[in-house]
Design a protein around this ligand. Structure first.
Ligand code: KE4
Length: 435
């Protein structure tokens, strides 16, 4: 398709962005969509189908954001669409329990060992915020350990050396968060279990939980080193603290049972988002019954939400989870696609004698423009974000829609065929020769 865009801006996206900036901060409803750090106007998307997005000017892109993870089956999946329409025809929201909420909770509980009981919320942020409050309520302790470069949504106490949009903007925290909110948040080094042990030793009997992205995907993609997650499991058990797996990205992506299944580690609490909503706003947190029964109305840990368990959102999420469960062999297919795409990217880099790094696992991956192996926040930050911006712009010229930040992931879907991957690799090869 002939590309109808200027070297700098697409006409309608440009006009829409100018209008948007009048009414929405930075013209976007989530900072990382602003494309500020790559110096371009974001493409306003009109529609999506499979691996493709169509922008406001009718340009077509191969999409590797996939709504930041939810669209693991590709855009516009028919079964999910039909489920949403059928649910919407019965009404959008009742503020009362519905059968679909029971169905999705039972479906997940019966298949996810670490989520015997679950509570639905409306975002990953809400899921993590609630899980932290629950861990504190259950243990009677206040301190939590998180990892530099991990991002768990934007609740106050977790905006400490966070990843994703904060790392993109080069800010470790946020204005408006009083010191009191983060005073009990301790920051450890990803892939350094000793840094966690030291915090436990320095704060005996005070740490409620350790929260971790079992595969970090908000400082770019950083894999857990051999034994790292197991050591966290051991340290939490030894210190009567809860291990929280933030599986908002990895949940139902690395395996149907997420990173917990993939690495064979059982967390005490798990948080979900993205894929469990099938593209609709859904988050959830879950754990064993004795912990989850601390949550209101049963217990003293309060948490609530007007649209939690929204029937239309539940229908979308349940439809997607059922498809993933019924075709679990597709996880091997996703991994094959990942191996082909990211493995070939790595081969091209090496063939050209470039120092860049490709980290990947399953359908998640990313390129770091640094010569250092990227294993944590410190090494991720050695990446050259200017080269990333040039890479991003070159791939966009080839019609490849990437996350607009060095510190995000590429998301593959089942709809990314071999031909799509070949086109992407051809664009990547050109980018490696010309940025
Ligand atoms: P949401 O509140 O954005 O649904 O989820 C927060 C969250 C929690 N935990 C993890 C591991 C996450 O990755 C996220 C959100 N992910 C980012 C992408 N890196 C969302 C994109 C955005 O902020 O627009």
């Amino acid at each position: 398709m002939e590309r109808k865009m200027t070297t700098e801006h697409t006409t309608r996206s440009d006009a829409l962005m100018e209008r948007a900036r009048k009414y929405i901060p930075g013209g976007v409803n989530s900072p990382v969509r602003s494309w500020y750090n790559v110096g371009m106007t974001p493409r306003f998307i009109r529609s999506g189908k499979g691996p493709y997005l169509i922008d406001a000017d009718g340009n077509e892109y191969i999409d590797y954001i996939c709504s930041w993870g939810p669209m693991i089956l590709g855009h516009g999946e028919e079964t999910i669409r039909e489920a949403v329409i059928a649910a919407a025809e019965r009404g959008l929201s009742f503020g009362a329990p519905t059968e679909t909420e029971v169905e999705i909770a039972q479906f997940m509980s019966e298949r996810i060992p670490s989520a015997e009981v679950l509570r639905m919320v409306n975002s990953g942020t809400e899921a993590v915020m609630s899980a932290i409050r629950l861990a504190r309520g259950f243990t009677g302790r206040n301190k939590i350990i998180k990892f530099a470069g991990n991002y768990h949504g934007h609740s106050d106490c977790l905006l400490v050396e966070a990843g994703s949009g904060l790392l993109t903007a080069g800010i470790p925290g946020s204005a408006g968060v009083p010191e009191g909110c983060t005073a009990d948040t301790l920051s450890a080094e990803y892939n350094n279990a000793e840094s966690v042990e030291k915090l436990f030793d320095a704060n005996p009997g005070q740490i409620a939980a350790v929260i971790v992205e079992p595969v970090a995907a908000n400082m770019g993609v950083v894999l857990p080193g051999e034994g790292f997650l197991q050591k966290l499991r051991t340290l939490c058990t030894r210190n009567q603290a809860l291990l929280i797996f933030d599986e908002v990205i990895t949940g139902f992506r690395l395996a149907f049972g997420g990173a917990a299944e993939y690495f064979g580690i059982t967390p005490d609490l798990v948080t979900y988002g993205k894929i469990i909503g099938g593209g609709m706003p859904v988050g959830a947190y879950g754990g064993r019954r004795e912990i989850m029964e601390m949550v209101s109305p049963l217990g003293p840990v309060y948490q609530a939400g007007t649209l939690s368990g929204n029937p239309v959102a539940m229908a979308a999420g349940l439809a997607q989870l059922r498809l993933l469960y019924d075709h679990k062999e597709d996880y091997a297919l996703l991994a094959e696609k990942g191996e082909k795409l990211y493995g070939e990217m790595d081969r091209i880099i090496k063939e050209k004698g470039l120092p860049w790094q490709v980290n990947h696992i399953g359908s998640l991956g990313c390129i770091f423009f640094t010569g250092k192996a990227v294993t944590d926040y410190r090494t991720a930050k050695t990446s050259d974000t200017e080269i990333f911006a040039r890479y991003f712009r070159c791939m966009l010229e080839h019609g490849i829609h990437l996350a607009p930040s060095q510190f995000e992931a590429m998301f593959l879907s089942l709809s990314h065929t071999g031909e799509i991957l070949e086109k992407t690799l051809a664009a990547f090869k050109d980018a490696m020769e010309n940025i």
